[in-house]
Design a protein around this ligand. Structure first.
Ligand code: IMP
Length: 421
């Protein structure tokens, strides 16, 4: 039995939560492998909207086992809030959620260090979600982090104190003012709370489930262009968001990976700073933001918006070994007279479809192909054949350029608003 992976091909916010929710009935297990509460996976069903940050998006399906893998960083305070909110729907989190004992813990001081570092960088800041992601992964790589398993060990307090004393030195060197007493009670409370959940060796567990023939879906967070190695460094997140991250973030061998679902929006968005070649800082961009409700699910920040960028999409498909493409938010483009797609860049007179080392190069000029737009409410459409001809021309072009079939098109936020092609 094999594991399928679902992940974002752009800068995050491709609509992964909804797609995982749609795919989940076919799977027995949904497992998160990287990132943490910087993610905001939105799911809508039955007229309600839920945002999940750390819990895998299969949680609302009663049959589904949900695993938070070793590659994830977990903030106990945030996770407690999330669990309590999800429980209001009646799902049994205690039964279906498994947390890796090897996942690293986001401490209150990690969040403070994140804020202090970003403030120190001033205009050069990454625009992080301020959830403590980078400092926690830094401690992991620096071999001084705390893991979920440590929370239930007798040495927890001494390990915690050592980490906090290091963070305090850092905060002082950055002249950052803070009051840890504002944060620690909630942290300790959440640590106690989490002890009632299944904290296990998830690499043994997930491999056991695979050998039993269970179908596993590995759920990515953020997007390929935010990957620590291949994203627009340094404007990236601190984990491997690509398919390879599913192996290291869950303990799954590479040959166990089967399908890779790559999700892309019909246009592009980005939150935070960093290069964005097709960005539209104009009325078109405003309209995309308004029609697409492009405001961060985690931070509420307005997202930057722009046209679909095929060089970055092809790069992401190559890195991830995408087998199935899923296009989301196609409905948002309805009403635009023309729809543009960037198919190459002109960099100082040289035309290329490859991403340069320096994505900040001011000479990068996107070259566009224009398509006639479409009108009408796509959300009500159930069959691919019923979509407007102009939309299909646009989609045919995209498929022909990227050489991977688009198997699903999302035309609205609800589970039901999904067309299988
Ligand atoms: P961090 O992951 O909070 O350190 O943020 C690093 C960069 O990744 C910033 O530009 C964030 O806006 C961006 N980012 C992090 N998580 C997400 C996400 O889930 N969706 C979109 N952007 C994200």
């Amino acid at each position: 039995m094999k594991v399928d992976v679902v992940l974002g091909l752009q800068w995050g916010d491709e609509g992964k939560g909804k797609i995982v929710d749609v795919l989940t009935p076919k799977y027995d297990v949904v497992a998160r492998f990287q990132g943490g509460p910087n993610a905001g996976h939105s799911l809508e069903f039955g007229g309600n909207k839920y945002v999940l940050n750390t819990i895998p998006s299969g949680i609302f399906h009663e049959h589904c086992i949900n695993i938070i893998g070793n590659g994830v960083v977990v903030d106990p305070v945030q996770l407690k809030k999330e669990i309590e909110k999800a429980e209001t729907t009646g799902v049994d989190i205690r039964k279906n959620l498994y947390i890796s004992e090897k996942a690293h813990v986001i401490l209150p001081t990690h969040r403070l260090v994140d804020a202090a570092s970003e403030a120190y960088k001033g205009v050069h800041k990454v625009g992080s979600t301020l959830r403590g992601i980078s400092p926690t992964y830094q401690d992991k790589i620096g071999r001084s982090g705390l893991r979920i398993g440590d929370l239930i060990s007798p040495n927890f307090k001494s390990k915690y104190d050592t980490a906090v004393s290091n963070h305090k030195k850092l905060l002082d060197s950055l002249n950052y003012e803070y009051n840890l007493a504002d944060h620690e009670p909630a942290f300790y409370e959440a640590v106690e709370y989490l002890k009632q959940f299944k904290i296990v060796n998830t690499e043994y567990y997930v491999n056991h489930l695979i050998s039993q023939g269970k179908k596993v879906l590995a759920e990515g967070a953020q997007g390929t262009l935010l990957d620590i190695d291949f994203g627009s460094y340094p404007f990236v997140t601190s984990s491997n968001t690509i398919t390879g991250g599913a192996c290291s973030g869950l303990g799954i061998a590479p040959q166990k990976i089967n399908k890779v679902y790559g999700i892309f929006k019909a246009y592009c968005t980005r939150v935070g700073n960093g290069p964005f070649p097709t960005e539209q800082e104009n009325e078109t961009g405003e309209l995309l933001r308004k029609l697409g409700h492009e405001f961060g699910a985690t931070t509420g920040r307005p997202r930057r918006t722009g046209w679909l960028d095929l060089p970055t999409l092809k790069y992401a498909i190559m890195l991830n070994g995408v087998t199935d493409l899923i296009c989301t938010k196609s409905d948002v483009l309805s009403g635009f007279e023309t729809v543009e797609v960037c198919d190459s860049y002109d960099i100082g007179g040289t035309v290329t479809t490859e991403l340069p080392f320096n994505m900040m190069d001011e000479r990068i000029k996107p070259l566009y192909k224009s398509f006639a737009g479409w009108t009408g409410n796509l959300s009500a459409i159930k069959q691919y054949a019923e979509l407007p001809e102009t939309f299909k021309t646009y989609m045919d072009y995209v498929e022909q350029q990227i050489q991977v079939p688009v198997s699903m098109i999302s035309v609205g936020p609800d589970r039901e608003e999904t067309i299988i092609k």
